[in-house]
Design a protein around this ligand. Structure first.
Ligand code: 5CA
Ligand code: ZN
Length: 417
């Protein structure tokens, strides 16, 4: 699938430090230590009700990681999927009486326009599920051949009829590689996030669906020995990440609502294939809320980037409002966030337009260091504020400094001044 255009990334002399990132699986900060290229996979949108500020926060956070890796001198292989067929998309299309493929196409276009406006660097490989059906089915067959899958007939009274395929989590030692939570919580999360812990006949209630046999009225593809059907949600990301990056990848990213079951199961499925780890680091954006609750498509409490853009809001102010929060914190959106970001953007623009300013080398080092240390964007913004305050109050005699600051903020934070 074609991604959105790449924004220009200006040069700044020198290199940033090696990034360190909090790993959800181990609970510690880890250096991202890529080989010849950094391999980053971030879970993409299910294309309906895009792009709300929670989505934007996730893709901006991993864009800052992308930029920080580039700034440290790495080549970055970034892969992102598009869940362009799945239950919630089909349900929304049915609810609204529209064709599910048309809904997906429109929403993908909107997502691209938002990402471009927010100056997010596109992934190198941007991959839809529908266009990857053969590869995903092949991965399900591989998991099946490894002995870590089992069949469950669609109709319990017809054991020889069409069957769904499930991952046998217990045969892999059970869950717990990525998630630290008790059994009761895991069962609740599974039910809440697309699983079917109550389905009779499963070896373990947490086992996720790998392949759903065709049902009347539902889209289906040829799965070879699996029969006609479509993949379960988690296996799309295992298959796409392994195909374009190979395992283990350096970073698996997404919002914290994906820790369980999605990232746990993606990892377990990869282990079923090769016995090894799926990712060296699992990084998660905290949840953005509105009116006291997680911003979510199912609840409908959304602020969309496109709505703000249509109202004339500068997308760089939206980006700055997001960057003012640390990516691991849960936070709530208020209109005052935008007012503060606009005021900051105006001050930064005034300062970089000056003919000269105070020396900027210290600020360059501080911003690079803050971002490389677990994407510390609030500290990076504070460092820029200090230089801007000095430039606007006492001034300075370095004619290179304002332009250097402008390029730094654009390169590392993705904020075009
Ligand atoms: N297609 C799947 C991933 S394979 C999916 O979760 N799609 S999504 O459209 O629901 O979400 C897209 C991304 O935004 C995911 O990484 C998700 O974790 C993140 N996200 C969703 N809601 C929020 C929120 N309120 N705050 C922060 N991030 C969010
Ligand atoms: Zn995913």
């Amino acid at each position: 699938m074609q991604a959105w255009p790449t924004p220009p990334v200006p040069d700044v002399p020198g290199l940033g430090p090696q990034p360190r990132l909090h790993d959800t699986a181990s609970g510690v900060l880890r250096p991202v230590e890529p080989g010849d290229e950094a391999r980053l996979y971030v879970c993409g949108v299910t294309p309906y009700d895009t792009t709300h500020l929670g989505h934007a926060a996730t893709y901006i956070a991993f864009d800052v990681l992308h930029r920080s890796l580039l700034d440290a001198g790495h080549d970055v292989a970034y892969v992102q999927n598009v869940t362009d067929v799945d239950e919630p998309l089909l349900e929304r299309a049915a609810r609204d009486g529209v064709d599910w493929t048309a809904l997906a196409t429109d929403q993908i276009a909107l997502f691209h326009a938002d990402m471009e406006a927010l100056a997010v660097i596109p992934p190198r490989h941007y991959v839809g599920v529908v266009e990857s059906m053969e590869e995903i089915a092949a991965v399900v067959r591989e998991i099946d051949a490894s002995g870590h899958a089992y069949l469950l007939p669609v109709d319990p009274n017809d054991p020889q009829g069409p069957a769904d395929v499930y991952l046998d989590t217990l045969s892999l030692g059970g869950v717990g590689e990525v998630t630290q939570a008790g059994r009761g919580e895991l069962l609740a999360l599974s039910a809440e996030r697309g699983g079917d812990p109550g389905r009779a006949g499963k070896r373990d209630p947490l086992d996720p669906l790998l392949w759903r046999a065709e049902r009347p009225g539902e889209p289906a593809w040829d799965g070879g020995s699996l029969g006609r059907g479509r993949p379960g949600w988690h296996v799309e990301c295992t298959a796409i990440a392994r195909r374009y990056l190979g395992a283990p990848i350096d970073v698996q990213g997404g919002g914290s609502d994906l820790v369980f079951p999605h990232h746990e199961m993606s990892a377990l499925q990869s282990r079923a294939i090769d016995g090894g780890p799926f990712a060296r680091c699992y990084a998660h954006q905290g949840m953005v809320a509105l009116h006291g609750e997680k911003m979510s498509k199912s609840k409908g409490n959304l602020v969309r980037v496109s709505t703000l853009r249509e109202a004339g809001v500068d997308p760089m102010a939206v980006r700055l409002a997001v960057l003012a929060h640390h990516y691991r914190d849960d936070w709530e959106w208020f209109d005052s966030d935008l007012d503060a970001a606009r005021a900051r953007l105006d001050r930064w623009r005034s300062a970089v337009a000056l003919p000269a300013g105070p020396g900027a080398d210290g600020c360059v080092r501080a911003v690079r260091a803050a971002v490389a240390e677990d994407l510390g964007t609030p500290r990076a913004l504070a460092a820029v504020d200090r230089w801007v305050d000095a430039a606007l109050s006492v001034g300075g005699d370095d004619p290179q400094a304002p332009s250097l600051l402008g390029r730094l903020v654009d390169r590392v934070l993705g904020v075009r001044l």
